[in-house]
Every structure is written in structure tokens, then in C-alpha cells.
Design a binder for this molecule. Sequence first.
Ligand SMILES: *Cc1c(COP(=O)(O)O)cnc(C)c1O
Length: 376
Amino acid sequence: MKEIRMVDLQGQYERIKPEVDKGIQEVINTTTFINGPAVKKFQGNLENYLGVKHVIPCANGTDALQVSMMGLGLEPGDEVITVSFTFVATVEVIALLKLTPVLVDVYPDTFNMDLDALERAITPKTKAIVPVHLFGQSVDMEPLMEIAKKHNLYVIEDNCQAIGADYTFSDGSKAKTGTIGHVGTTSFFPSKNLGAYGDGGAIFTNDDELAKKIRSVVNHGMTVRYYHDDIGVNSRLDSIQAAILDVKLKHLDEYAEARNKAADYYNKAFADSPKLQTPVTADNTTHVYHQYTLVTKDMDRDGLLEHLQSRNIPCAIYYPVPMHLQKAYHDARYGEGDFPVTEDLSKRVISLPMHTELDEEQLKFIADAVLEFVNK
Ligand SMILES: *Cc1c(COP(=O)(O)O)cnc(C)c1O
């Protein structure tokens, strides 16, 4: 059996090697390392794939979030609502910009933002909402956008984990996650569903004015060379990364299919186990399984983690400490017990290997090892 990895980028590369190598070589041959034609080409192809007017490439997903907030003109003291059950970047950039993070709980089944909690958290100071499409499925965007409209709030979708997922509105129309709010963000970190061979990120919007502003912010606040109208940052996607991403974009839907196939295998294997809650996908979204995350019940989660690791099966806890209990984000407003679902999940979730290269032999080995511990 092939070695089991949490993410197998090597096996994936071997299948696309000629195309990727050619793309990299072209950038080197033309020495257009920064803002070269490869970046424009990828940008256009991603705009088409997502059905969005503007894609603005940048250096990573964290920058994408920060630059979005700068582009929207959010100011110190403005409240931005997001979830406590997320990767740190979401809360980090809010804090860095001296905005006020306001945290809310998530639903126990989808792990995504609880919309009743969202409504309760809105105050006259609230300016924006950052829904996080966690693990690969969409937040319930239609009611979220209605809440945002009612209270005149911006919506910045953190789509770092769900690129390619489709959300279906009540009238049957569909949209890709990240293109529904005022602005969407993604990360091309290597292990993400559309991963580069280094860092990368992008911002999406259908708003022409906002796109112009964000393009300026990522480029030192400059639209005319050496004239700086905004305070900006330096955040670019390398041409070499863009060339690689352009190849992988063509395979993104097929990658999502492979992830769904692996998830189906796991789901079937664990269906009869009362101690494991398999991932729940909401009716109005597809799932691109950035992570395959189980919720353990009445069992020693960390024992399961150790058991799998002892069999050379990598696995991980996303996320072991909610944002409101992190030292860096300690805030007198929040304490233990404030977000019961998030706190409970952080103690009970476990994510299994999930990538595009898992074969049936590996999946069986992983599922058997899980069940061996669970049925012990
Ligand atoms: C990965 C990730 C980010 C940050 O992306 P980087 O490219 O690593 O900066 C932000 N939010 C979420 C939810 C993520 O998963």
C-alpha cells in the first residue's frame, strides 16, 4: 500500500507533471516573474470558472481577507462578526486593522455560522459579516444576505476552504461560494483544494468600484505609478504560481469528485457507528471536502487520534482551541461557556486523510483502523 498522507501533493503532481512543468518553464523563459501574462491568464480563467466579474490575485488568503476589509473602508472600532470555530486568519486580520471582532457560534451539524446567533450579535456599530465556508460547504448565504441587507452590512466570504462549491438559492439559481457576498476571498496554500506550489490567494467581487479599490490596495495604494491614493500593501501572486494554478484549475471539478468519492467511502463505512457523526451537508450546497471531519460521541477522541497515528495514519484536529479561548485574542467580553457548540466541537472533532489520490486500499485501511478503536 502507498504511504497514507493527510494531503498527497506528490501523487497529484505526477499526473499533471508535463503541463505544470511546461507552464513553469514558460514563465522562466520569458522572465515575466511578477504580474506576467500567466497571472492575467489565470485571473481570466478563474473569473470564467467562478462566474464573477473580477478576480484580484494576491499573496495569500490572509492578505485577501485583510485587503478586502481595507478596500471596503472599514475603520477602527467598526464591529465585524465572524465565527469562533475557524482558522485564526479570519480573526487575526480583523484585530490587526483595529476593527472589533464579534464572535458567534456555529451549527453542530454543518459547523457553519449560526444565523440566529448572527442576528443577535448585530449592533449599531456592526459594519461587516465574515461567513467562513468551513471544510468545503457553503454557509446558508441566502438568509445571511437578507440579514446583511436589512442591517446594511458588508459580507466578506472567507472561501479559503470551499473553492468550487455551489450554493443553490430558493429560486433554483446557483452561484459559486465566494461570489455571493460583496467580496469573497480564497487561499492557494498548497494543501487547499486549489493549491499552488507556494503561497497565493485571491479576492473576488462583482462590484467594479470595489475591484478598482482592491487592485489599488494590493499594489501600494497605487493606480498611477508612484501616485499613492490609498494606504496599501504589497500583495502579489507570483507568475510561476499562477501558471501552476492555471493547470490545476482545469482539474478542480474532477478533484472535488475524487474527494467526494473518498468521503462517500468513509460515510458508508461509519454509517452504522453510533459513536461517529459523519459530515452533514446542507441541502442547498455541494461539498468539496477540504476536510473530512467526524464528530466523536461518548468516546476518547484523543485516544482515537493516537491509535490512528500508531498505524501511520495521519489525522488532525481542526480546530482544538476556539478563537475566543486563544491567548492572543483574549477579550473580557468572552469566556469559557460562551459558545457551547464551538467548544464542544473542539473537543470532539477529528479530521481523516482527505485528498485527490486516496485509493480504496488506503480508505479501507483507514476506516478499519477507526472502527477497530471505536468498537473496542
Ligand atoms: C487557509 C485559510 C486562511 C488563510 O490562508 P493563507 O493562504 O494560509 O493565508 C484563511 N481562512 C481560512 C478559513 C483558511 O482555511
